[in-house]
Design a protein around this ligand. Sequence first.
Ligand code: NDP
Length: 249
Amino acid sequence: MSLAGKVVIVTGGSRGIGEAIVRHLAGEGAHVHATYNASSERAEKIQAELQGQGGHVQFHRLDVRDSSMCVQLVETVVGSSGKVDGLINNAGITRDALLLRMSEQDWDEVLTTNLRSVFAMTKAVLRPMLTQRSGRIINISSVVGITGNAGQANYAAAKAGVIAFTKSIARELASRNILVNCIAPGYIETDMTGKLSPQQQQALLGSIPLGRAGVGADIAAVVAFLLSDAASYITGQTIAVDGGMVMLP
Ligand code: NDP
């Protein structure tokens, strides 16, 4: 499972699931180019800590809503590392509201941050990956993209879009040895789910057969697997990492 020397981009690496992915991949010897948007101090702290442990981790500022920044980031990474082996599209937000109260801005903000960014980042890494004739792209979707969720029409639509995008691109790129998969996390303890009311958190916990909320490390382990040689015959799939919350047919 070693990822030694693999160059991997992780968007939204400054907090939550992304931070756990950055920590795990650095521990496996990957050269991680992580991004932050607003959390610059946190990014600096994680970078200093992991570099102090001998990890190859570099943070870059990226607003995934800005497609030209996405292109620029990939150029910087390929310019300094000479290649890009993996892309983890993790950055995401919620702007929850029942549909009657959901503004067009709430809709656009979530679709742009959670779905258009996946298009922009994936397109940006394609050229180097096509030249290399290898690459792994892992998109962080959500179980909500499979089941839907009241109050999250924008988020569910974006996450379902990520799954359909993944399948389409996996078909386009399979012959070039570029593998594209999705992870659908369930209820993971992060700042994002910390915003839920205690009642909502309790209801979610009650729907998890394994009886506990997930942590970022649960997702990071599956990301590392999908980047590894062990996953070389898997593409176009969505893997739910959710304690059994949603059981796919
Ligand atoms: P957090 O809110 O904890 O972290 C979000 C991350 O995304 C931060 O690093 C943040 O960076 C980054 N980000 C937000 N907006 C932008 C932007 N415009 N440009 C670049 N980066 C941005 O979320 P989670 O860790 O919980 O979620 C990570 C992913 O997992 C998301 O895609 C989410 O939808 C998905 N997910 C989460 C679940 C959960 O239960 N937590 C369940 C299912 C899916 P910064 O702070 O620097 O701005």
